[in-house]
Design a protein around this ligand. Structure first.
Ligand code: SF4
Length: 399
């Protein structure tokens, strides 16, 4: 008997329907450590009105700097925290997890892969013991022999062969890349439809990151799972994800096909993220650009939350939250630069000069709030790896 509550409406069975979807999701945490109990309760605006859709066999990058709320949002999708408002839908049906069995059922569909593989393994348990526990949870009827076969198969899927070379070891005897592959193998034990990978390669040596990303890409293509790739590295989004959404101070500010968002960024925050990313082709730059500090999520700025840091801010940016402006190629941005008026046209001209855009962009089409949430529309195919993408490296994987 299922204990996940679903909406009365039938599940969405269209082939292009999202597997997992967030609709207008808001999450406010009560701030701790208030010196005086009197006065209004303070809340942390971790996510405000965030909508995002994940599709089978596709990768969505969720990009933002530390403190933007992107990891919290991944945990909301995993139902580790209840949402304050809005809803999470799995295959079209609203999901409300109330702990225990219902959480286990959601976890079997939606698996979280964490940044630090060392922290996600029991240091005093062998890999065999950890994997056996996961296999028992998700394959309770498997015999001991079948469990061994499943573990062998899982390790093969993450290119850790021969399995016995890894199963009798403890976590400290393995490299970060090997442990991250093992955490992916553990996630695969549940046969999930969705992976939520929270900075899955940030803690790994640069030389082995691409090997782990290529493994995730292969699993997405072979198994048709949907993958949310949470990262602060916007450069990696270009060659790894079909679609990219950019988060700032708990809100999505831009989204679209990764190639478009990374090569023709529309929002000044995305432009600053790209300008601050290390780029070998800009070798003359001594250091990445300083993009300042993100605002407090307890008392976020009024209007556009980016306005205190934005070189193109106008008076209305400080008072009026920008709506969604649809641009070309499925890209959209929440930014007053794309309004259809003279002031915005002047600022777009300034923006084109500042970022060497070549030509001044056109105004966008203001999206009617009644038209539904701002999510990324899937585009066919995926961004090709740029010619200067590093060569895959499978260090740590026995040949
Ligand atoms: Fe800058 Fe205004 Fe656009 Fe915000 S809305 S990013 S402050 S131009």
């Amino acid at each position: 008997m299922t204990t996940i509550e679903t909406a009365p409406a039938a599940a969405d069975e269209r082939a292009d329907a999202p597997v997992l979807e967030a609709l207008h999701v808001t999450k406010h945490f009560t701030a701790r450590g208030q010196l005086f109990k009197r006065g209004p309760k303070r809340v942390v605006h971790a996510a405000d009105d965030v909508s995002l859709a994940l599709h089978a066999g596709r990768i969505m990058a969720l990009v933002g700097e530390s403190g933007s709320g992107k990891s919290t949002f991944a945990r909301l999708l995993a139902q580790l925290h209840p949402v304050t408002s809005g809803e999470i839908r799995y295959r079209g049906a609203t999901v409300t997890v109330r702990g225990g069995k219902s959480l286990r059922e959601h976890v079997s569909r939606v698996q979280l892969i964490l940044q630090d593989p060392f922290g996600s393994f029991n240091p005093v348990a062998t890999i065999a013991r950890t994997l056996t526990r996961a296999v028992r949870i998700h394959h309770p009827k498997a015999s001991a022999k079948e469990q061994l076969r499943i573990i062998d198969d899982l390790l093969g899927q993450v290119s850790l062969r021969p399995a016995r070379q890894f199963t009798e070891k403890y976590p400290h005897e393995l490299s970060g890349g090997q442990l991250q592959r093992l955490s992916i193998a553990r996630a695969l034990a549940a046969s999930p439809d969705v992976f939520l990978a929270d900075e899955p390669v940030s803690s790994l040596d640069v030389s082995i990151r691409l090997g782990v990303l290529n493994l995730l890409r292969r699993l997405v293509e072979e198994r048709g799972v949907a993958l949310l790739y949470v990262t602060h590295d916007i450069a990696s989004a270009r060659y790894f994800a079909e679609d990219t959404s950019v988060m700032y101070a708990g809100q999505l500010v831009e989204a679209g096909p990764s190639e478009t968002v990374t090569q023709h960024a529309a929002h000044p925050y995305t432009q600053l993220l790209i300008a601050s990313a290390p780029d070998p082709s800009r070798a003359e730059e001594a250091a990445p650009r300083d993009i300042g500090q993100p605002p407090s999520l307890i008392d976020p700025p009024s209007g556009c939350r980016f306005h205190p840091r934005c070189p193109f801010a106008t008076e209305r940016c400080a008072t009026d939250a920008p709506p969604v402006f649809d641009l070309e190629d499925g890209q959209w941005a929440k930014c007053w630069l794309y309004a259809d008026d003279a002031e915005a046209a002047g600022k777009r001209a300034e923006n084109a000069v500042a970022y060497g855009l070549g030509e001044v962009r056109q105004a966008g089409r203001r999206r009617d709030a009644a038209a539904g949430p701002a999510t990324t529309t899937p585009t066919p195919g995926r961004a090709a790896a740029p010619a200067d993408a590093p060569t895959p490296n499978t260090e740590g994987v026995p040949q």
